[in-house]
Design a binder for this molecule. Structure first.
Ligand SMILES: O=P(O)(O)OC[C@H]1O[C@H](OP(=O)(O)OP(=O)(O)O)[C@H](O)[C@@H]1O
Ligand SMILES: O=c1cc[nH]c(=O)[nH]1
Ligand SMILES: [Mg+2]
Length: 208
């Protein structure tokens, strides 16, 4: 699990607990996911390369910094949408692509229904946003599509990851670092993460 970055922060642990709790309502669920997404964005940004620029304060010139590469955020529909706001608050000039995937409930294979991403992925840092990494099928399919379009500097931001999904990502996309707020125990026999939080899309959008 050498490409795994586990975010260790008491506020994140508090929020993951809120997200797991089946009594948490939709509004509180969205708010907690938003807060955790900020923490993940800040952790991921530690790896961004900077370029020195000159900046003029009201008093004198000094050295400043800009992020060297364009950032592209790619939420996986639907649940990934819940992470976009926080990432955009921290990286307001990011471009945003969208990938639509829905897991088949029986085969657990992702069914592809939408793809739209900015051009010039080869010059960007491409960050896939999806709260749940379960079998890893959706994440692997997302990076397959993005790399086919030129993405060569990729990262995955998720809220909860299962060992099965991390293993699959390590096998298929070993170059992609995974950032997660929790490493959970295992999948159950219908592909849900244990202990997990249930269906992230349904809990975010109130479609339970
Ligand atoms: O690692 P995997 O086994 O592929 O599972 C993870 C996927 O399952 C969920 O999406 P879902 O298919 O429920 O779609 P939704 O976001 O529209 O609810 C989740 O948001 C991931 O995209
Ligand atoms: O536990 C899981 C697994 C896949 N997708 C979810 O939303 N939750
Ligand atoms: Mg779902």
């Amino acid at each position: 699990m050498n490409n795994l970055n586990l975010i260790e922060n008491p506020l994140v642990k508090r929020d993951v607990t809120i997200l797991r709790d089946k009594e948490t309502n939709t509004a509180s669920f969205r708010a907690a996911l938003n807060r955790v997404s900020y923490a993940i964005a800040i952790e991921i940004a530690k790896s961004f390369e900077l370029e020195q620029i000159e900046v003029t304060t009201p008093l004198e010139n000094t050295i400043g910094y800009k992020i060297k590469k364009q950032i592209v955020l790619v939420p996986v529909l639907r649940a990934g949408l819940s992470m976009v706001d926080a990432f955009l608050k921290m990286i307001p000039d990011a471009n945003v692509g969208h990938i639509g995937l829905q897991r088949d409930e029986v085969t657990l294979k992702p069914i592809d229904y939408y793809y739209k991403a900015p051009k010039k992925l080869d010059e960007s840092i491409t960050i896939v946003l999806d709260p749940m990494l379960a079998t890893g099928g959706s994440a692997v399919a997302s990076f397959n599509s993005l790399k086919q379009k030129g993405a060569n500097h990729c990262m995955l931001a998720c809220l909860i990851a299962a060992p099965e999904g991390i293993k699959k990502m390590n096998e298929e996309h070993p170059d992609v670092p995974i950032y997660t707020a929790s490493l959970d125990r295992q999948l159950n026999d219908v592909g849900y993460i244990l202990p997990g939080l249930g269906d992230a899309g349904d809990r975010t959008f109130g479609t339970l």
